[in-house]
Design a protein around this ligand. Structure first.
Ligand SMILES: [Zn+2]
Length: 415
């Protein structure tokens, strides 16, 4: 039954609005087992908690455990060659013809066993945990054949069981048409709908079903077919929408009752209105925007229209080869004009909502899971302004400390 005190600023992130982070100076946090019992200002601490054994946050700030609600966590190989070709101005097609692109990741992923996929992803998860990340959504989509898709999702199941980071698995069979189906894409969709989705549902290997709705991937009609099958099998839709072109992805997200529409760099006005009406979360992925040199997601227009905006890494070997969620938050401020408080809310409560977990995680309130991070910074503005390799000094999941770092080992944040 610890009581954490000496907190410069405690962010409960319990408010309904994009920027309602509930900042509390000189905060205190009490938890019992895996569950939060109390969060507030130390001066308001109820008598029943005063005798609880105290732990010292050393004047750091405390936030809910970060939720990375969009990653492609398990994959084979890297694509540094693509990075260089893109810098030279080569097109998507030229890169693919040179043996790069998503097809090269599919080849490298298919070559890995479930053990190898899990082991590699576990390494990334350990680094994310050290940054204060406590929940990670993880997509399949580099197998693109039944066995390799199931292998990826089984690797996620194994990581979820091993813990400590919470894993939310998403089936992304409709990521791209694999090379062997290039001339018969209908045949690939048949495979996704008739074999993959039923197999994933039978083993309960995924919570969500994602699809990449883009000119280079799947049309609105093709994705609608995938979502109809997914919904019938008990999977909840989520989609990659309007990233490179405004293709009606946001409108489809609203139509199929998706929990989130992700990317939206090119979302139309009609798409924004549809998302707002349907209560879909917009997930922004500024690391991918940065790497692809695109105009950013119009987050201010989304927020003004009443669409909550989450922020995630999109960690993948092509367009976002970094799993650094705090970097994504700083970029969401500089590129998308989110305030630091809005960005924080986007990687906590709103990100939890994009995973339908906001009743359990994403905010520091009595009854919620005791998932939180202690950061060596006085407040959220300073944290996201002074970008550092890692400001997190302690990560707690379900009331158990899973990672600690010595704050004196890195650069000073205090004035
Ligand atoms: Zn993605």
């Amino acid at each position: 039954m610890p009581l954490l005190t000496n907190i410069s600023t405690l962010y409960t992130c319990a408010g309904p609005g994009q920027g309602d982070v509930g900042a509390i100076a000189d905060g205190a946090l009490a938890w019992e087992g895996a569950t939060i019992r109390w969060a507030g200002a130390l001066r308001d601490l109820p008598a029943e908690f005063r005798a609880w054994p105290r732990e010292d946050a050393a004047g750091g700030m405390v936030i809910p455990g970060l939720v990375d609600c969009h990653t492609h966590l398990a994959f084979g190989g890297w694509r540094a060659g693509d990075f260089e070709r893109r810098l030279r101005g080569e097109t998507y097609l030229q890169i693919a013809e040179a043996g790069g692109g998503i097809t090269s990741t599919v080849r490298a992923t298919r070559a890995l066993t479930e053990d190898a996929l899990a082991e590699r992803a576990a390494g990334f998860l350990g680094e994310m945990l050290a940054l204060g990340v406590t929940t990670v959504e993880a997509k399949s989509g580099y197998g693109l054949e039944l066995d390799a898709e199931l292998r990826t999702l089984r690797a996620y199941r194994r990581l979820a069981e091993a813990g400590p980071v919470r894993i939310v698995p998403t089936f992304l069979g409709a990521h791209t048409v694999p090379p062997e189906f290039r001339d018969r894409r209908e045949g690939y969709l048949d495979l996704v709908v008739r074999e993959m989705i039923p197999a994933v549902a039978r083993e309960r290997l995924a919570v969500f079903c994602d699809a990449f709705v883009e000119r280079s991937a799947f049309s609105v009609d093709e994705a609608r077919r995938v979502f109809q099958a997914a919904t019938a099998a008990g999977l909840v839709p989520k989609l990659h929408a309007d990233q490179i072109t405004p293709g009606g992805g946001a409108e489809l997200a609203a139509e199929v009752g998706a929990v989130s529409a992700d990317h939206l760099e090119c979302v139309s006005e009609a798409g924004i209105t549809a998302l707002a009406r349907a209560g879909v979360v917009a997930v922004s992925l500024p690391i991918a925007t940065l790497y692809l040199g695109q105009a950013p997601q119009p987050s201010r227009r989304l927020i003004d229209a009443g669409v909550p905006v989450a922020v995630a890494t999109d960690f993948n070997p092509g367009s976002a080869p970094s799993h650094h969620l705090p970097l994504a938050l700083t970029l969401a401020c500089t590129m998308q004009r989110l305030s630091p408080a809005e960005a924080l809310q986007g990687a906590t409560r709103i990100a939890a909502r994009a995973l339908r977990l906001d009743d359990r995680i994403g905010s520091l309130e009595p009854g919620k899971q005791a998932d939180f991070a202690v950061l060596d910074a006085p407040d959220v503005t300073h944290w996201l302004y002074q970008f550092r390799p890692n400001a997190c000094v302690r990560t707690v999941i379900g009331g158990v400390t899973r990672c600690t770092r010595d704050p004196s080992a890195h650069s000073e944040s205090r004035p």
